[in-house]
Design a protein around this ligand. Structure first.
Ligand code: NAD
Length: 484
């Protein structure tokens, strides 16, 4: 297979030779072979990227001062360029992180252009100036302004969609961005930079600087950055929050999760199989909002365990580029080790594996783990409390709705969740009491119009919806005097 190798970075509207000589090699989690490489940013490269973003943002006639319609025209061209590369984007993501290709086509190929258009239209339609008749006689003129240079740090699990949760509102608002992709998924980020270049984004508006944690940390605390937007683990989020706290720098944090699906006693299990798959094993269990705790009524506990067991067994495992594949590999050997460690802990604490628990037969290459269901576990088990980030479910029994709610809310995290019932209003009433940022009824999907994000250790701030745009704006008030 031909490898995808880049020698230069996209900084200040062009491709530039790196300051250092280190390269970052990307390995396929399916074949364990090298699939490409990019240069690693040095601190000097980050300095150059931030300086370009700063210069462009501060230009008195530049991007940040344009009418939203003018930016929307450029972002529409960006969307079109992304669409023309959608298939290759999806293929690269799937090659790098093992995301099944049917899902990569939707999330990674399709969603970025949708988000660019959504946030552009929000900016064009929303008034940026709000004149309020004051209580003290005058008028308050309140304006929304772009927050400045954004340092965006993203993970590998859904790299393009997560990138555009930040890029689309930031660019629409008039910010400039320095993006640090995860080390595992850089080849899609470079393709995205090619699309930006072809679309004619002004120099400095978007800069892409690959590297590891240290480079991410350097970007986060860079004096030229005005706002940080981070998606990743809770541990890294805490460290970034500490830095931003010290610097009094605004930060949005989308972190880990351990969400619960509450199946009520009138749930239609057979009719919900596809949606249940969508909230449990999607993307090989590597999505932050997945419902890895399934809460089942005691009256139907055996039936729920059997249904999930059959579901897990039915999922085709293998090459993520095969459109039939539902479960691909874990992103890396390290991630597989972590998931296998949790499976061992689950067993040692008395959980009963009803299916999975090992590596799939017949796949002697790649970081595969079987979809695994644990029965006879409660909410105190390690596997019910910690984020595993793999295809491993805990099925936990409850006696009544109050107990189900108490179990769902007994978590360090609060990101997603779902309630399942034949009675939508009954489910919605319970959903309203789940302590998390988002909850689905009989399904779960991150609709662009609604704010997405977490509480507790799942983070702070919101992405998507008008709130996701406001995260890249600050408010400016002019007090006009009373009329003479
Ligand atoms: P990670 O935190 O290790 O890395 C994420 C990104 O942050 C990478 O680009 C990494 O290089 C960088 N990074 C790590 N430490 C840093 C630091 N101290 N300063 C600056 N940058 C740093 O996470 P991961 O293992 O790559 O991703 C999986 C995690 O992300 C899971 O915990 C998952 O729940 C979370 N996640 C959350 C959401 C959400 O929207 N809430 C979405 C996807 C993933």
């Amino acid at each position: 297979m031909t490898t995808i190798d880049y020698r230069d970075f996209y900084i200040d509207g062009d491709w530039h030779a790196p300051g250092g000589s280190d390269t970052l090699s990307v390995t396929s989690p399916t074949t364990e072979e090298r699939i490409g490489s990019v240069p690693v940013s040095t601190r000097a490269d980050i300095d150059a990227a931030v300086a370009a973003a700063r210069r462009t943002f501060d230009d008195p006639t530049g991007w940040s001062t344009w009418h939203p319609k003018q930016r929307a025209e450029v972002l529409e061209r960006f969307a079109v360029e992304l669409e023309s590369r959608a298939e290759e984007t999806a293929r690269r993501v799937s090659l790098q992180n093992g995301m099944p290709i049917w899902l990569a086509n939707q999330f990674e190929g399709g969603f970025p252009a949708v988000l660019l258009r959504y946030f552009s239209s929000l900016m064009v339609d929303a008034p940026t100036v709000d004149e309020r008749a004051g209580m003290l006689g005058g008028t308050a003129r309140v304006t929304r302004r772009p927050v400045g240079v954004v340092g965006a740090v993203v993970p590998w699990n859904v790299p393009q969609a997560i990138t555009f949760l930040k890029l689309a509102p930031a660019l629409a608002a008039g910010c400039t961005v320095v993006l640090k992709p995860a080390e595992e998924t850089v080849l899609d980020a470079f393709l995205m930079a090619e699309a930006a270049h072809a679309a004619g984004l002004p120099a400095g508006v978007l800069n892409v600087v690959p590297g590891g944690r240290e480079i991410g940390a350097y970007l986060v605390e860079h004096p030229g950055v005005d706002k940080v937007s981070f998606t990743g683990s809770t541990a890294a989020g805490r460290s970034i929050a500490e830095t931003c706290g010290r610097l009094l720098r605004p930060v949005t944090l989308e972190l880990g999760g351990k969400s619960a699906a509450i199946l009520l006693d009138d749930v239609d299990l057979d009719g919900s199989l596809e949606s249940l798959f969508g909230v449990t094993f999607l993307n090989n269990g590597q999505i932050c909002w997945l419902n890895t705790r399934v809460l089942a009524p005691r009256s139907r506990y055996g039936e729920v365990v059997d249904t999930l067991t059959d579901l897990a067994r039915s999922l085709p495992i293998g090459d993520p580029l095969n459109p039939e594949t539902k479960i691909g590999p874990m992103v890396s050997a390290r991630q597989r080790e972590r998931v296998e460690g949790y499976i061992a802990t689950g067993k040692s604490e008395g959980g009963r594996v009803t299916t999975g628990g090992g590596r799939p037969a017949g796949l002697d290459r790649g970081f595969f783990v079987e979809p695994t269901v644990f029965a006879d576990v409660d909410n105190t088990a390690t596997i019910s409390r910690e984020e595993i980030f793999g295809p491993v479910l805990s099925v936990i029994p409850f006696s009544d709705e109050a107990e189900a709610l108490a179990i769902a809310n007994d978590s360090e995290y609060g990101l997603g969740g779902s309630v399942w019932s034949s009675d939508i209003e009954r489910a919605a009433t319970l959903a309203a009491q789940v302590k998390s940022g988002t909850v689905g009824v009989n399904h779960y999907s991150n609709d662009p119009v609604a704010p997405f994000g977490g509480i507790k250790s799942s983070g702070m701030g919101r992405e998507l919806g008008p709130e996701g745009l406001h995260a890249f704006q600050h408010l400016h008030t002019v007090y006009l005097p009373p009329a003479p």
